[in-house]
Design a protein around this ligand. Structure first.
Ligand code: ZN
Length: 345
């Protein structure tokens, strides 16, 4: 493997805990993971004919794959035992998806609103209310606002029912959404004193968490899956899952951030305050499968009396829906303008 790194005049990095490795040259960043049959080259996924293997402290990749990385080099030999050695096979190339514009670069039409929790999963509880009811009420008002503006609007649930986390993104994909908005209320489990202090809204995108605080919020939102018996449920993404996600995240990262910018603008000056910078990132399971720009909104802290009181009133819910709708419109305009600069309109 290191000979490949030398051939492309790059440096080789090995991450033993994650079992991933990368080769960085002036032009290219190649990333691999032991046991996973694809790599990324500058963020784009490329199939490998075989998963890299770790054997006796040596990393091996198949000859075909080594050739792909640099066709000049003397490739590492495949690790397959002689008995299993198969004739060199052509690299399997997955059929390309039909040439159509992906969500985030095409005009914004379909908005998927995902009211968190529901049914047997109440989400976080305040003194007088439950998260699942607040987010559903806001979602319905938001649906009306957006429909009035001509958007095609879909809700992952429009009543008090339980839907698995992964199912929500799958629905969004089925509807071919342009934007996925998951609605939640934040909460802390702490002393009454702390609950009085900790309040505010925050917007989350799917990215590796940069703070313990963000990690904890994702763990709480993800706990649904482990609590209510989803198959293979976990409350945190493994390093390998992050690796697998990376290429896809890259596709929607800019537009997800663009939408959070619009949210920051429209939430400014509202009754509920901004928490910290207003933007965070972590491994929210509900966002993982969405093939579109996706943002999770924590409307406010249900554990804080002030925030809770506001989120419980019809006026407060309407105000929150108005602000999100405004951000969606601004986002749509921004994407439209961007397309114009590319001459796509
Ligand atoms: Zn939640």
């Amino acid at each position: 493997m290191e000979s490949v790194a030398r051939e492309i005049k790059g440096s080789f990095h090995w991450y033993p805990v994650q079992k991933t490795f990368s080769i960085v040259s002036a032009k290219d960043t190649l990333k691999f993971a032991v046991g996973i049959p694809y790599m990324t080259r500058n963020g784009r996924t490329i199939d490998l004919s075989a998963a890299p293997e770790l054997d006796n402290g040596h990393l091996w990749i198949a000859e075909n794959d080594a050739k792909k990385i640099s066709n000049k080099i003397e490739a590492a030999k495949p690790v397959a035992k002689p008995a299993e050695q198969k004739p060199a096979q052509p690299v399997v190339v997955k059929p390309k998806t039909p040439k159509q514009e992906i969500a985030g670069t095409r005009e914004v039409r379909t908005i998927v609103i995902d009211p968190g929790h529901g049914g047997k999963d109440p989400g976080a509880s305040g003194k007088k209310s439950q998260e699942k009811d607040i987010v559903l009420a806001v979602a319905k008002l938001l649906r009306k606002n957006l429909a009035d503006e001509g958007f095609n609007v879909k809700l992952t649930r429009s009543k008090d029912v339980f839907i698995e986390l992964r199912q929500r993104a799958m629905l969004a994909n089925q509807w071919d959404g342009d934007l996925f908005i998951s609605l939640h209320c934040n909460a802390i489990d702490a002393s009454e004193e702390r609950k009085k202090i900790i309040q505010g809204y925050q917007f989350y995108v799917l990215r590796a968490p940069e703070s313990e605080e963000d990690k904890a919020i994702a763990r709480r939102e993800n706990a649904v899956a482990t609590l209510y018996g989803e198959k293979n449920a976990k409350d945190e993404l493994s390093p390998l899952e992050w690796f697998k996600l990376e290429a896809r995240l890259e596709q929607y990262k800019q537009t997800s951030y663009l939408f959070t910018e619009k949210l920051l603008d429209s939430f400014d000056g509202g009754k509920i305050k901004k928490m910290n910078t207003g933007v965070g990132g972590a491994g929210f399971m509900v966002l993982v499968g969405a093939m579109m720009p996706a943002v999770l909104i924590e409307l406010g802290f249900i554990s804080n009396e002030e925030d809770e009181a506001y989120m419980m009133t019809k006026a407060g819910q309407q105000d929150l829906a108005d602000r999100i709708a405004q951000a969606v419109s601004k986002y749509k305009d921004a994407v439209h303008t961007y397309r114009e600069t590319l001459g796509r309109n």
